[in-house]
Each structure stands twice: as C-alpha cells, then as structure tokens.
Design a protein. Structure first.
Length: 72
C-alpha cells in the first residue's frame, strides 16, 4: 500500500489554521476546567493527566507547524 499524504505530514495553510484554532480552544477549556475558571491553582496532583494531555496536544500542533514550514 502506498503512503498517502496526510494533514500532519503535508498540511495546507487552512489545515494549519484549523488545527491551531482547535488546539487553542481545547487548551483554554482544559485550563478553565482545571482552575475552576481561575479560582483554584492548576498546579495540583489531580491535574497531572490534564497537563500531559495539553503537552501532547501542543507537541502535535508544533509538529504540524514544523512540517508546514518545511514544505514551503
């Protein structure tokens, strides 16, 4: 089977914009859930999994941006 280009390895400008927008919304929503809309500290043991989730999403978005810049 031949490797087909996908949106992570060969993103278009609109795909980069959509991924970045979705990432920003997701991180803001996760942060607001963790802090109970900024009334509690987010640096608690019970939020470790959410921090890892946000770091993973950030790394994925950074990889999409890196691949987009390489393609230019």
């Amino acid at each position: 089977m031949e490797n087909q280009p996908n949106w992570i390895n060969n993103p278009t400008p609109s795909q980069v914009n959509i991924v970045t927008l979705l990432w920003a919304i997701a991180v803001l929503l996760l942060f607001s859930v963790m802090t109970d809309v900024l009334s509690v500290s987010p640096f608690q043991q019970k939020y470790v999994m959410l921090w890892f989730l946000m770091m993973g999403a950030t790394l994925m978005v950074a990889k999409v941006h890196q691949n987009f810049r390489k393609r230019k």
